[in-house]
Design a protein around this ligand. Structure first.
Ligand code: KG4
Ligand code: ZN
Length: 332
C-alpha cells in the first residue's frame, strides 16, 4: 500500500509518503523553531496556528517529491496522540477530511509507538529489542516484542532528558532549542570538569529522574565557581551526566531482559555524545546498538506513514470516532 503520513503533535508540521514495496518516497518537515525561539519554548497556541498555515504546502510537497497523485494514495496515517491537543487536531482533522474527500481509509497512530519502530525504516532489527525513547516530552524504556506489543519497562519520574537539555540551555543563556546547542558547545568542553549528580534511583530501576540535575546546575551557576567556569565545560559536564544515566540504564535493562539488542529513538538520540557512548559501551557489553539517522530521530511523518502502512495493510483502519489524545497508553 502507498500511505500518506501526517505528523503535527508538537512544533513540526510533517508529511511523508511510504510505499510497502518501494519504501520511503518522501519525508518533508517544516520546523517552527523561529516562531518559538523568542519565547524559549513551544507556545501551544502559536504552534496550532503555524500548523494550520503549513499543513497544505507540506502535504503537497510530500506528494510532489514522492511523484504521487492523490489517486495513488491508498490510505492516510496520522498522529493521534500524545502531544499538544491543538496541534494534533490540525493534522488529525486535515487527515480525516482528506480521507473523506479521497474515499480512503485513515489510521490514527501513537506518536511514541511511531518513534520506537522508526529504526525499521533503515535497518533490519530482529524482535525482540529494547528501545530507549528519549525526546523533549519522554524518556522511557520499552521491551518491543513485535509490531503489536511493546511493554513499558520504565520512564522518567519528572523531566524528560530533552526537557533537561532545553532547561539547562536556557539557564546558560544559550537559546532554543537547547539540546543541539549544548551538544555543539560540549565538543569544546571538558566533560569531567564539574561533578554533576547522576540519579540512578534503585539499582534495578528502569526509571529516570532529571529534575535534581537541573537544580544542581542552577545552584552551581549561582556559586562563585560557577560564575567563573567556561560555558563549554559546563555544557560538556551536564551532557555527560545525562548521557551516562541514559546509556547505563538502557544497557542494564537489556541485560535484565536478556535481549542483546537496543534501539534509540526520539530527538535526544541525535545527541552525538549519546550515540558515541552507547556504541562504545554496547560493544563492551556484547549488545548490538541500532541508531536511526538524525532525520528519523526527531519528529517526522515517515515513521507515522511506515507504521500506518502495516496497520492499514492488516485492515486496521480507524473509525470516524478517531480523536486526538494528550496522554498515551505508553506514557507514565
Ligand atoms: O522527538 P523530538 O523532535 O520531539 C518530541 O519531544 O517529541 O525531540 C525534541 C527534543 C528537544 O528537547 C531537543 O532539545 C532534543 O530533542 N534534541 C537534542 C539534540 N537534538 C534534539 N538533545 C540533545 N542533543 C541533540 N543533538
Ligand atoms: Zn517525538
Amino acid at each position: 500500500m502507498r500511505i500518506l503520513g501526517i505528523e503535527s503533535s508538537c512544533d513540526d508540521t510533517a508529511a511523508a509518503v511510504y510505499d510497502g514495496s518501494a519504501g520511503l518516497l518522501s519525508n518533508v518537515v517544516s520546523s517552527q523553531v523561529s516562531v518559538h525561539e523568542p519565547y524559549g519554548g513551544v507556545v501551544p497556541e502559536l504552534a496550532s496556528r503555524e500548523h494550520i498555515r503549513s499543513i497544505v504546502p507540506v502535504v503537497e510537497r510530500a506528494l510532489a517529491e514522492a511523484g504521487t497523485l492523490p489517486a495513488q494514495v491508498d490510505g492516510i496515517a496520522v498522529t493521534a496522540g500524545p502531544g499538544l491537543i491543538g496541534s494534533l487536531l490540525v493534522g488529525l482533522c486535515f487527515a480525516k477530511s482528506l480521507a473523506f474527500a479521497w474515499d480512503r481509509p485513515v489510521c490514527g497512530i501513537d506518536h511514541l509507538e511511531a518513534h520506537i519502530f522508526a529504526i525499521l525504516l533503515e535497518r533490519q532489527v530482529p524482535f525482540p529489542y529494547v528501545a530507549l525513547l528519549v525526546s523533549g516530552g519522554h524518556t522511557s524504556l520499552f521491551r518491543v516484542e513485535d509490531f503489536e506489543s511493546a511493554a513499558l519497562l520504565g520512564g522518567t519520574r519528572d523531566d524528560a532528558a530533552g526537557e533537561a537539555f532545553d532547561k539547562a540551555a536556557k539557564q546558560l543563556g544559550l537559546g532554543y532549542p537547547g539540546g543541539v546547542l549544548i551538544d555543539r558547545l560540549a565538543r569544546q568542553g571538558d566533560l569531567g570538569s564539574i561533578p554533576f549528580p547522576r540519579a540512578w534511583l534503585s539499582p534495578d530501576s528502569a526509571d529516570f529522574s532529571f529534575s535534581g540535575l537541573k537544580t544542581s546546575l542552577r545552584t552551581y551557576l549561582a556559586s562563585r565557581e560557577g560564575r567563573a567556569a567556561r560555558v563549554e565545560d559546563i555544557a560538556a559536564s551536564f551532557q555527560e551526566a545525562v548521557v551516562e544515566v541514559l546509556v547505563g540504564k538502557t544497557l542494564s535493562a537489556a541485560g535484565r531482559e536478556r535481549i542483546p539488542r537496543v534501539v534509540l529513538a526520539g530527538g535526544v538520540s541525535a545527541n552525538s555524545r549519546l550515540r558515541e557512548r552507547i556504541e562504545e559501551e554496547g560493544k563492551r557489553a556484547g549488545t548490538e546498538v541500532y541508531l536511526p539517522s538524525r532525520a528519523l530521530c526527531t519528529d517526522n511523518a515517515a515513521m507515522v506513514a511506515f507504521l500506518g502502512e502495516r496497520r492499514l495493510s492488516a485492515g486496521r483502519a480507524s473509525g470516524p470516532d478517531l480523536n486526538a489524545y494528550a496522554a498515551s497508553r505508553f506514557s507514565r
